[in-house]
Structure formats: C-alpha cells, structure tokens
Design a protein around this ligand. Structure first.
Ligand SMILES: *Cc1c(COP(=O)(O)O)cnc(C)c1O
Length: 393
C-alpha cells in the first residue's frame, strides 16, 4: 500500500476489480454481495448496461465544456428533476457537501435580502451535511468538527425530531432564515422523523418566512422507495440538496429550489467549473431513465421492507438488538453495543455492510435487489449479529 495518499481513511484491505448487478469481485476473484453501494451511490448496482452506454456515448461526443456555454444535457436534467420534485430551478455541482454549501449560501443571501444582518440556519443534532467548513459546522458531530475551529457562525442546533425545540427557537431568535435537515439521518444512525414532523415544520417555516431546506443527498433518487424522501410526507421543501445516487457513481450534486428561493442566486453569486458537465448529466439522465423503466422505486420499497421483515423475524428475541428500522433501501440495525468489527466479519462471509454511529449496522443496497439478494443478505446479517451478541454475552 502506498504512503503517498493522505491518511484520511481507515480503508479495508481489499480492492474490487469488477462488478455486475448487486455483486462485486475482488482482486483474488472472490465474490461479495454489495449492501453498501459505494455509500448509497450505486442505486443501479454495477455494470448497468444503459448507464455504461450513456456514459460511453457522451464521453465520445463531449465530456466537458464549462458553464460559460449552454449545456443541453444539464438543461434536460434540470427539467426532469424539477418535474419529479415540484422544484423550479437547479444549481449543479459535484458532491453532497457542495449541494449543501449552495443551500447555505442561498439561505444567507435570502436572509440578507430580507434585511437580516446575521442570518441563522437551524440544524440538527446528529446531522451529517459534509466536510467543507460550512457543512462540517452544520454537521452535528463533534468528532467531525474537532480540530477545525474556528467554525462558522450563523447556525443554531436543536435535537432531531423535536418540533417543540424548533418552536422555542422561533420564539426567541428573530435572525433565523432557514432550517436544514435530513428526512432520514444517514450517518447519524438511520434515524427517522415522526410522521407529522415535516408537516409541522412546514407550518412553522411558512409562519416565520423561513426556508425549509432538506438534505436529500442520501435519501434522494429512490433510496427510500420514492424519488425523494420528502414525498412520503406530502410536504414540499423550498430547497433540496441531492448527490450520492444521482449519477450512479459519476460525481454530480444538485441544489434545487422552489418559489422565491429559486430566484435568489444571480449571475456571479455562485458557480462551479465542473458542475453539471455533459458527462455527469448523461450519467444522471441514464440513472433516472433506468429507475423509471425498471420500476426501481417500487422495488426499493418492497425489497427494503422484505429485508427489514426478514431481519426482524430472524433476530426476534435476540438480546442486544435494540431496533431494526428504515425506509425503503435505507436500513439500520441498532445494537446495544459498538459493532464496527462486524464489517470485517461480514466481508469474510462475502457480504459488504457498513456500520455508522458506532452501534448501527447500515444497509444501503443497490435498488435492484431481487429475492435472491434479499435472502442472502438477511441470512448473513442475522447470523453474524446473532453470533456476535451471543459470543460477547
Ligand atoms: C454523504 C452525505 C453528504 C456529503 O456528501 P459528499 O458527496 O461526501 O460531500 C451530505 N449529506 C448527507 C445526508 C450525506 O449522506
């Protein structure tokens, strides 16, 4: 292993050389069932023919031209995303943190436009919004912030899923301009909102003139069984950040906005050299096409529920399993103790899983799972968890 890479990741000691559908092969030819999907990115799995063809054709035509010129693929993708989400305008970037960064800048500019001198954004405990200075400030984890002070000002933090705490801030802090949250917290441990939370939040935002900004970087593009996580609630946000699943692995992020929020940015306010280039947009368009034509929203809903039901049945009564929860193909198995070592145990058994928030097994498989993959995953994860809890007891 080279020492010429900065030491930013605790990498697992293997590399994949080939993938097909929900399966990956390592350098030694061993096969793994993928329940990580490049951290909720590869919704179509690996080697999807429609995606590969679209990327190859676009690469041969033109890869990048910059935003000095019109980019027809970008316009087409913006139209598609707005039609699916009921948003009005899109800014394209290259990652999740950049999509949130755009949302934060948009909210601040919106606030200044209303004469608010120190615009404040309400953010959540256990949130994850990225690793740039603004987004790590918005993130609700000391581990991610420590050592990078001074952090930014202009954020107020409340507990996740606590609408009363938001009402308290509304009463006392007149500089608030927006709320930023994940509809299901991913890195924070697959934490769900109460069913009426977003509707209540929408009411508060409307009454206060705040922007409701959703970080759908992980939940967006079919992950939870609908195009966007907010669509389970019937509430429409003012601003939404997308990235992970959008390009199926070709880097692309997007900040979408609706109504007044969509008119905030003017030429010169924001930009990105690579953002929304023809190659990335072609990958995103092919992703949307495949999700539509292959019924992957419905599949994500059905298979995700089957995985949760299978795990609940297999782990019923097992002491140490706190909760099995999730929405669509975003699944958390919370244990009563740290379980990071299960990643390696599962890998040896030929299954790729992730552990987040120390005690939560996170399963974010490709949206294309069939019956066979569901049962391999349920069997492997349940037996690994059972062995681990029994052995430690
Ligand atoms: C992954 C993630 C991000 C950061 O995305 P990057 O592409 O790594 O910058 C932001 N928000 C959420 C909810 C995420 O899951």
């Amino acid at each position: 292993m080279t020492t010429h890479l900065m030491n930013t990741y605790a990498r697992q000691p293997l590399a994949f050389v080939r993938g097909e559908g929900a399966w990956l092969w390592d350098e030694a030819g061993k096969r793994y069932l993928d329940a990580v999907a490049g951290v909720a990115v590869n919704g179509l799995g690996h080697g999807h023919p429609g995606l590969v063809k679209a990327i190859a054709e676009q690469a041969a035509a033109v890869i990048h031209t910059s935003n000095l010129y019109r980019v027809p693929r970008q316009e087409e993708l913006a139209d598609r995303l707005c039609a699916l989400s009921r948003m009005d305008r899109v800014f394209f970037c290259n990652s999740g943190c950049e999509a949130n960064e755009a949302a934060i800048k948009l909210a601040r500019l919106y606030g200044h436009g209303k004469g608010i001198e120190v615009p404040t954004i309400i953010v959540m405990e256990k949130a994850f919004h990225g690793r740039t200075m603004a987004t790590l400030t918005a993130t609700g984890s000391r581990k991610i912030q420590a050592g990078f002070e001074p952090l930014l000002t202009g954020f107020a933090r409340v507990p996740y899923n606590d609408i009363e705490a938001v009402r308290q801030v509304a009463e006392h802090n007149k500089s608030v301009v927006a709320v930023l949250l994940e509809v299901v917290q991913g890195e924070g441990g697959i934490n769900l909102l109460a069913p009426d939370y977003l509707a209540e939040m929408r009411k508060i935002c409307d009454a206060q003139g705040w922007l409701l900004m959703l970080d759908e970087v992980q939940t967006g593009i079919g992950r939870t069984g609908t195009w966007f996580g907010f669509q389970h609630s019937g509430v429409v946000p003012d601003v939404m950040a997308l990235a992970k699943g959008l390009g199926s692995g070709v880097p692309i992020g997007a900040c979408l906005a609706r109504g007044a929020a969509a008119e905030v940015f003017k030429p010169g306010n924001h930009g990105s050299t690579f953002g929304g280039n023809p190659l990335a947009c072609a990958a995103a368009l092919a992703t949307l096409d495949a999700i539509e034509s292959e019924g992957l929203l419905q599949n994500a809903g059905v298979r995700g529920e089957a995985i949760r039901a299978g795990l609940r049945e297999a782990l019923a009564g097992v002491h140490g399993v706190v909760e099995i929860r999730g929405e669509g193909m975003m699944i958390g198995v919370e244990l009563d103790r740290p379980c990071g070592e299960l990643v390696g145990v599962a890998r040896d058994a030929g299954v790729l899983i992730n552990v987040t928030a120390e005690r939560v097994i996170r399963l974010v498989p490709p949206l294309i799972y069939g019956d066979a993959e569901v049962s391999v995953l349920v069997d492997a994860v349940s037996s690994i968890v059972r062995n681990y809890l029994q052995q430690a007891a």
